[in-house]
Design a protein around this ligand. Structure first.
Ligand SMILES: [Zn+2]
Length: 101
């Protein structure tokens, strides 16, 4: 089947993404590689079902290496000129999020 996926399928896909992120967080400390695979899988599902990740969810992982970004553990966070800088300590990728207000 081509085109847009039925709504019920997307709903299940969203649920799976949520579960995968929960698993990724749970496994992060003990099994970082497994945790990355969960993030990778969640992203694949998102692509296949055309599901946009919320802003909060997007900030949770590194788009470069699929590692979860946990401040003080796998990421370094600092604020510079009203820009929130998040650095992935796994691959050194830096993400910048302008701070509003
Ligand atoms: Zn990274």
């Amino acid at each position: 089947m081509r085109g847009k996926k039925p709504e019920w399928q997307r709903r299940i896909a969203k649920e799976r993404i949520k579960i995968l992120f929960e698993l990724a967080e749970k496994e992060f400390r003990a099994h970082p590689e497994r945790s990355k695979r969960y993030v990778q899988l969640a992203r694949k599902i998102g692509l296949r079902y055309n599901i946009r990740f919320s802003k909060d969810l997007k900030k949770k992982f590194c788009k470069n290496c699929n590692s979860l970004l946990i401040p003080g553990l796998s990421s370094k966070v600092r604020i510079k000129n009203k820009i929130l800088e998040v650095k992935c300590l796994n691959c050194n990728e830096v993400y910048r999020h302008p701070l509003k207000k």
